[in-house]
Design a protein around this ligand. Structure first.
Ligand SMILES: Cc1cc2nc3c(=O)[nH]c(=O)nc-3n(C[C@H](O)[C@H](O)[C@H](O)COP(=O)(O)OP(=O)(O)OC[C@H]3O[C@@H](n4cnc5c(N)ncnc54)[C@H](O)[C@@H]3O)c2cc1C
Ligand SMILES: *[C@@H]1O[C@H](CO)[C@@H](O)[C@H](O)[C@H]1NC(C)=O
Ligand SMILES: *[C@@H]1O[C@H](CO)[C@@H](O)[C@H](O)[C@H]1NC(C)=O
Length: 441
């Protein structure tokens, strides 16, 4: 239906009439629109489709999962790190959170809740569909005695969050399990793992489609407005934005009037929400971006580690850690470099700087050698980079996931997802379950 509208609009454009006045822009009523086909948007679309809703996914790129969902560590997180008592979503609203209250305590922040529920859903889903994944376990390591109190804190926090199986190991015990490792003490998390996120997304897209979801690629949402307390979305073909210089007014080629909109635009969710005319801007969090590079290990026949190895977390990230691919490739990363100066259109089109500067490896060697002293000179090769969708600055406490629906901003049928950084991949199916339960019943 949308494709037809866009095709029709293209026809009109060819004869120079479509943009001659906003009154002539075609309008379509639709049921649900999901903005962004990252892992979260896809999972939400599938969950809504399984509830019998008609779903349209609008994605500015030419296919799904090209942004943060294919630029991460692909780790299935246990749910250890996230602090209690800082949740920003009223948990009591959610029937799904009630169902998991048996497993976790109600005062927990939602990252912890979504991570733990998401992990369980993800393992189950991947097992049933034979999606490549492996529960390889993880060691968080203290490399000096001064780090041991922080490790104890993580043990306590993880246990409070309801993570099963956590266990402290003495250095010698951890080093027996992992002979290349050097550490004073380690926290072992048996439920951590890895997943092939592309296979996961492919499966979720397939199920959404077979339940009637339409994916419209090369399609950008450039803004919207509230009318009679409902939202209208402005849609443009992505290629028309490539040439937009920011000067002439940006006319949409199509206006969609959905019953339910999920803004799951990842790194640009905040910028997009600010372009919804009439939405109370004071509720929209600020956006911050933190770049992270990965380096891969060259010249190794066998990976040096069997488990994921993480140092004590740093500001803005979990520290330069060891991740293993399902095919045995070893990656180190990501580091943290805060970036700014990003304009809306480049963010909608995912035109971020994803380059990996080779010289950044210089800081990686000493970091990694704290726990992996045998790392050879010149063994790190530039891998890839990702950007974290942050809503708190380096000077603030880490942000929680923010899910704002009618109860927050008063607009029926509008749901904004902000700050879905790590553990967003792990949490994707739980976020989807929550959104579908709460906003579509
Ligand atoms: C370096 C790094 C490492 C990470 N490691 C892990 C990990 O190990 N485990 C874990 O659980 N999580 C991890 N995460 C977090 C996880 O990758 C993200 O939370 C998750 O991928 C977010 O998915 P998303 O769908 O919200 O966003 P995205 O994947 O970014 O998808 C958003 C989509 O919206 C589209 N879009 C944007 N603007 C518009 C618009 N205006 N109109 C139409 N479409 C638009 C984009 O093109 C994009 O496809 C990591 C993140 C980073 C950055
Ligand atoms: C999207 O745009 C790209 C580049 O302009 C093009 O190659 C591709 O065929 C388009 N895809 C769809 C589904 O329209
Ligand atoms: C969704 O699609 C699956 C096939 O992938 C099918 O078995 C199922 O019946 C569909 N569900 C609905 C609600 O249409």
């Amino acid at each position: 239906m949308l494709k037809r509208s866009i095709d029709r609009c293209r026809e009109i454009l060819r004869y120079g009439r479509c943009l001659s006045g906003s009154g002539r822009i075609p309008k379509e009523k639709v049921d649900c629109v999901v903005i962004g086909a990252g892992v979260v948007g896809i999972a939400v679309a599938r969950a809504l489709a399984l509830k019998g809703r008609q779903v349209l996914v609008l994605e500015s790129a030419s296919t799904f999962g090209t942004a943060t969902s294919s630029r991460n560590s692909e780790v299935i997180h246990a749910g250890i790190y996230y602090p209690p008592n800082s949740f920003k979503v009223p948990l009591s609203f959610s029937s799904i959170v009630l169902t998991i209250r048996n497993h976790v305590r109600p005062e927990l922040n939602v990252q912890a809740v979504f991570c733990i529920r998401g992990r369980q859903l993800l393992y189950q889903y991947c097992s049933e569909r034979e999606i490549p994944h492996k529960q390889i376990g993880k060691l968080i390591v203290a490399t000096s005695s001064s780090e041991i109190p922080k490790l104890n804190e993580l043990m306590l926090r993880g246990t409070q969050n309801g993570v099963d199986g956590l266990r402290m190991m003495e250095g010698y015990e951890a080093m027996r399990v992992e002979p290349e490792l050097l550490c004073e003490k380690a926290l072992f998390s048996p439920v951590s793992g890895i997943v092939d996120s592309h296979s996961l997304m492919l499966s979720l897209v397939g199920e959404a489609e077979s339940n009637g979801t339409i994916f419209s690629y090369n399609t950008t949402v450039v803004g919207g407005h509230l009318e009679e307390n409902h939202i209208s979305l402005y849609i443009s073909e992505s290629k028309n934005l490539e040439t937009w210089n920011g000067n002439f007014p940006l006319h949409p080629e199509l206006i969609l009037i959905p019953k339910l909109v999920i803004n799951s635009a990842g790194l640009s969710a905040v910028a997009l929400a600010k372009r919804f005319r009439g939405l109370h801007g004071g509720l929209i969090p600020p956006a911050y971006y933190a770049h992270g590079c990965y380096f891969t290990l060259s010249k190794t026949k066998n990976p040096p580690f069997k488990h994921l190895i993480y140092p004590i977390p740093e500001v803005g990230g979990l520290g330069v850690h060891v991740t293993l691919d399902l095919d045995g490739q070893v990656k180190f990363g990501p580091d943290v470099e805060w970036i700014d100066g990003i304009d809306d259109m480049s963010s909608f089109l995912n035109k971020f700087d994803y380059s990996v500067c080779a010289d950044r490896s210089e800081s990686f060697y000493p970091e990694i050698r704290k726990y992996y002293p045998n790392l050879k000179d010149e063994s790190l090769e530039p891998g890839y980079a990702g950007i974290r969708a942050k809503i708190s600055s380096p000077r603030q406490a880490p942000g929680d996931f923010v899910i704002q629906g009618e109860e927050t901003h008063g607009v029926p049928g509008l749901v904004n997802l902000f700050g879905i950084e790590s553990p967003g991949l792990t949490s994707s199916m739980a976020i989807a379950e929550y959104v579908a339960e709460k906003y579509s019943s």
